[in-house]
Design a protein around this ligand. Structure first.
Ligand code: FA5
Length: 348
């Protein structure tokens, strides 16, 4: 190639490179521009490599021009880089103070957790302690020691989810606890009266769900054992609980009920939150809604854990917190608690 040709190519290259640089507005395109024009395989480098074919004078002349163009392009590249950076920074620091802020999603306690805590607080204020126990339980604690032997018809009251496990010590079968009552036994086995304890926890039942039944739900168990404890103590404690939870306007009713581990047994109901006792769909026209089972601890159960039933008496109760929350907040379907619908959960 003649010297003139090379000189023309160089000046044409410079014009083309600077024009193309002007149109670049992102760093990725800038990098490929650098590779095209200044890289090892770029046009300018190719021209510089070909200088060895020229005689000395021409080589010096063309070489100095090519090096000047190279420096000029490098300088333009660095200026352009800087101006892109400045622009990006300016863009970042510009903000519109009139735009609404982004809301921060605050976590909150699940309504069941809230109501369980409220129930616990009510009993703690009356001197009860809180205990917790296993959700996977032995048949012995869930049934047998609660005076519900194998094949006893009362087992039908608790449809059970069995766990496929038996230990080598010949222990009783395992299950998912159907109520929190097994903790009555565990607590009495581990301590001496006087006892005043409540046990919040999850329970499981093998049953179809409907508006008032879930297959897993919470219970709060209560147990008080000591000398001279009477049915009147139980009524007083549970009336006070109802007053704290529902206010003094609500009526409370005790009726006889049967649970093998208490004698006598009772159910406690409060007047319906919808119709205030006159009868409606929610209370099945009875005017009352049952909130818990209760009763005086059966002497057989006391004897079973080694207590002297002529010396000690006690009462026990077990309630469903979801049902209590339903009453308190007018929720008409228990399945809403565990269907993870944020529109429901956000209300609490
Ligand atoms: C019991 O489970 C007894 N262990 C209660 C008890 C304890 C009686 C101590 C005497 C002494 P029951 O099956 O009725 O009883 O359940 C007690 C409460 O748990 C019910 O009143 C209800 O509020 C709640 N409950 C029971 N089954 C369900 C269910 N499937 N879904 C939601 N809540 C339930």
């Amino acid at each position: 190639m003649s010297v003139d040709n090379i000189l023309n190519r160089l000046s044409e290259l410079k014009v083309r490179a600077l024009q193309s640089l002007n149109g670049i507005d992102d760093t990725e395109a800038l990098d490929s521009w650098r590779v095209d024009y200044l890289g090892r395989r770029g046009e300018l480098t190719q021209i510089l490599r070909g200088l060895s074919d020229l005689d000395n004078d021409d080589r010096r002349h063309v070489g100095s021009l090519a090096n000047n163009i190279k420096s000029e392009l490098e300088q333009s590249l660095s200026d352009h880089q800087q101006s892109l950076k400045d622009r990006e920074l300016a863009g970042r620091t510009q903000f519109d103070v009139t735009l609404p802020g982004r809301s921060i999603d605050m976590g909150r306690l699940h309504p069941t957790t809230q109501i369980v805590r409220e129930i616990c607080d009510a009993f703690v204020s009356m001197g009860f302690q809180i205990a917790e126990g296993p959700e996977v339980e032995w048949d012995r604690y869930n049934f047998e020691m609660l005076n519900i032997p194998k094949d006893h018809p009362a087992r039908d009251m608790w449809d059970t989810l069995w766990v496929d496990y038996k230990d080598n010590n010949g222990d009783t079968p395992m299950l998912l606890r159907t109520h929190t009552s097994p903790m009555q036994i565990r607590i009495m086995e581990d301590s001496e009266p006087p006892i005043r304890v409540i046990v919040p926890g999850k329970c499981y039942r093998y049953e179809a769900t409907d508006a008032t039944h879930e297959w897993h739900f919470y219970q709060v168990e209560g147990l008080a054992v000591g000398e001279g404890i009477t049915f009147a103590d139980m009524k007083g404690t549970l009336f006070e609980f109802a007053r704290i939870m529902f206010g003094s306007d609500r009526k409370v009713r005790f009726r006889v009920d049967y649970f093998p581990f208490v004698e006598p047994g009772a159910e406690m109901a409060i007047d319906c939150f919808v119709c205030k006792g006159s009868g409606c769909r929610v209370c099945k026209n009875s005017g009352w809604i049952e909130i818990m089972g209760a009763g005086m601890v059966n002497p057989k159960v006391l004897e079973g854990v080694g207590y002297d039933s002529s010396k000690y008496t006690g009462f026990a109760f077990g309630m469903g917190p979801e049902r209590i929350a339903m009453l308190k907040y007018g929720i008409d379907d228990i399945r809403l608690f565990y269907s993870n619908d944020m529109r429901f959960l956000r209300q609490f």
